[in-house]
Design a binder for this molecule. Sequence first.
Ligand SMILES: Nc1ncnc2c1ncn2[C@@H]1O[C@H](COP(=O)(O)OP(=O)(O)OP(=O)(O)O)[C@@H](O)[C@H]1O
Ligand SMILES: [Mg+2]
Length: 242
Amino acid sequence: MPAERDVLLTRLARGLAHEIKNPLSTRAINLTLLEEDWTRSGEPNPTERRSLKRVRTLQREVSRLEGILDDFLRFARGGEVNRSPGDLVALVREVLQFMDPEMTANSIAVHAELPSSLPHVVIDSGAFRQALINLLVNARQAMPGGGELIVQVRRHGPSVEITITDTGVGMKPDQIENCFDLYWSTKKGGTGLGLSTVSRIVAEHEGSIGVVSEEGRGTSFTLRLPLLQEVAGRSGESEDLA
Ligand SMILES: Nc1ncnc2c1ncn2[C@@H]1O[C@H](COP(=O)(O)OP(=O)(O)OP(=O)(O)O)[C@@H](O)[C@H]1O
Ligand SMILES: [Mg+2]
């Protein structure tokens, strides 16, 4: 079964990442000791200086590889969801408050359209918070010269829809196709794990994610999650927090 195969592959990949991490940290320790040897005995001669430079290059490379493995392990650790009925609107409001200084510093005006009440959603607040932050950070990075961020939460029949729209650089059709792929990034220093993590978290909540984007105009990500039907509530009323 594909699902069993996925679980097996994830377990293997986690095991492999751990196996690589251990000898890598031994290398890091030995490189530090080497560096100490070369710097301890006063001013190094030209040969020692060259060797020291190489040791430092190796140290940087080792820590880059450690970083890649840490990111991967953080991603692969997914699946340990801890869900309970929660107030999605309060969570969105809290994340927007948390991100507000970063948005203001980047000349981004934030508009929130949140319903005054909504049935609860069975949610892992920590994981979902992470998903929202990943989307908001992407939106901020897509608007280097400032812009507008619109966050809407709407009831849609038995589901709730969260839409995050930016007026940023947008994406070409091939970018839209690839953006959820693991390790796919167009950014210098980007890991390409942000959106993969978001789609994993959304799937763990039995939800879905979609994207609409136009190069040079902006991007809109929509998350859809099932509402907890037993808890009745009014919906449809909007408030503008901006
Ligand atoms: N709001 C957006 N506007 C334009 N392009 C986007 C947006 N969000 C994502 N992308 C594109 O999708 C790619 C993948 O995004 P993802 O969040 O997975 O990785 P990243 O942002 O590049 O790196 P990381 O999140 O690990 O720092 C980005 O590199 C970018 O090309
Ligand atoms: Mg990202």
